[in-house]
Ligand binder design. Sequence first.
Ligand code: GRF
Length: 207
Amino acid sequence: MLKTAVMVSGGGTNLQAIIDAVSEGRIKGVQIVRVISNKKDAYALQRAAKAGIGSTVVSREDHPDRREFDEALLKALDDSGADLIVLAGFLVVLPAEVTRRYAGRIINIHPSLIPSFCGEGFYGLKVHEEALKRGVKVTGATVHFVDEGCDTGPIILQRAVSVEKGDTPEILQRRVMEQAEWKILPEAIELIAENRVVLKDGRAEIV
Ligand code: GRF
């Protein structure tokens, strides 16, 4: 059983996609053991509670000192007993100690086709605003391993989504979520649970 901790900061629609995939049997051999949020009011926490999944909040309000916050985050992960950590709309840069200790066992969903529209400051709606500003005809989502950088780890899965005439950032975000994020994140977790993702020469390959 692949014990999975999901880290969230907001609405938790990607968390919900994982919960639904597990409960509907579309992903086998995966158990969400903990939901960890940096925001007390994240709706994702209500989604976890409804699904009977325990959660932990590690917020800067409770840990104003960054080093203490980082230690609390690491402790929450260690206490969860997770084999895999999934960043699902988690908006805090992980401490180096976490990316080191869990190297090769942390994945993230990013709402663009990396290497486009990613890196510092590219998260949530901003990603789609920039895609529309650039006039791209295709965008999408990426699941990648997390390393010390920002959106720089090996790419596991990507899915393309068309940009339509009249799209606003909100409409495009919703389409990318529905057609890409909510599909490839559960799929990536299942591939990892089946040991079908291998790292070779710094790239992730599906076997
Ligand atoms: C999504 O756009 C996701 O790609 C990004 O955070 C946003 C919120 O996701 N990482 P969620 O609804 O909280 O899962």
